[in-house]
Design a protein around this ligand. Structure first.
Ligand SMILES: [Fe+2]
Length: 314
């Protein structure tokens, strides 16, 4: 176990805090002990936690008891929180902390996982011009042994590539757009339509949808990020790919989508993976600029999974 004694150099009134870091996997992730996050967090500890996030990429705090405001305050240790939509089934009083729940307030199953797209590898907010820095996820009720959150170390993935692959990927950019990414995955783009899509009713639905999505894409402008993206703070190159990255820039769309799919299918070595099995009261903070994540399967009709999420701006 690595221990850091966090000492305030200029403030003799503030007590020292011993933060203990226990590795979560071979190459990244650390459990941090020695902190009750519902209490005030001093500036010196805030700075130590920000450094720890850069060093370890995923931080785990166990046995925390946090309400919405306390969680948002913890998230703000890492930066300002992005205002989030209110989940219609499980409303939040704080627009910086929202719920991802497969049951409503009365405990009735909603019949699905609340965000099906999150079952694919992604980086939160990569579809934005200024993608998110970090995500802070709190487990309120979690299915035993299921609904794991999987992480991939994107520094490691880049480092594991051979030199020709590194050279090739360094020249490429990806367009990130979650609507078009999901449409491509679900084969809803015009050149992916099957015979069943060619009925008048289906065609009308497809064309209406396509017009609105394409209208938004051209009105708001496309968002491109380099596929090998130097981390904005550490400068280390990381692969910046995942589900929102739907096509490679500068190619005819169908071939750009095909190439992006190949890049997104890169195999992850076991040493670049960490799978988090949740316990109630776990709080995870991860760096969206150096890890991808996705939620694992669970029986959303029989088991209850209630999480609360804050997203930290870049
Ligand atoms: Fe996510």
């Amino acid at each position: 176990m690595k221990s850091d004694l966090v000492k305030p150099p200029d403030n003799p009134v503030e007590p020292s805090v011993a933060l203990h870091f226990i590795p979560l996997s071979e190459t990244f992730g650390a459990q941090v002990s020695g902190l009750d996050l519902s209490s005030d967090i001093s500036d010196i500890v805030k700075s130590a936690l920000n450094q720890a996030l850069l060093d370890h990429q995923v931080l785990l705090f166990r046995q925390q008891d946090l309400n919405e405001d306390q969680q948002a305050r913890v998230a703000e240790v890492f930066g300002p929180c992005r205002p989030l939509w209110q989940n219609q089934f499980y409303p939040s009083q704080n627009n910086r902390a929202h719920y991802l729940s497969n049951v409503d307030m009365e405990g009735r199953p909603i019949g699905r996982h609340p965000d099906p797209g999150s079952t694919h590898w992604h980086s939160d907010g990569s579809w934005s011009v200024n993608p998110s820095k970090a995500t802070v996820l709190y487990g309120i009720r979690v299915p035993e042994g299921e609904g794991v959150t999987h992480f991939a170390n994107m520094y490691q993935l880049y480092e594991d590539l051979d030199q020709p692959a590194k050279d090739r990927l360094r020249k490429l950019q990806a367009e990130h757009n979650y609507e078009l990414a999901r449409a491509a995955r679900q084969k809803r783009l015009p050149w992916q339509w099957s015979r069943a899509d060619l009925s008048v009713q289906s065609l009308l639905m497809h064309v209406t949808w396509w017009k609105s999505v394409i209208g938004r894409r051209f009105r708001d402008g496309a968002v491109f990020h380099p596929i090998v993206r130097p981390h904005p703070e550490t400068g280390r190159p990381a692969l910046y790919i995942g589900d929102h990255a739907w096509r490679v820039r500068g190619r005819f769309w169908p071939s750009g989508i095909k190439l992006m799919k190949e890049i997104n299918s890169i195999r992850f070595n076991a040493s670049a993976r960490y799978d988090h099995k949740w316990q109630p009261g776990d709080l995870l903070v991860w760096d969206n600029r150096s890890v991808l994540h996705k939620v694992g399967t669970y029986n959303f009709l029989d088991q209850v999974r209630i999480m609360r999420r804050c997203v930290v701006e870049s």
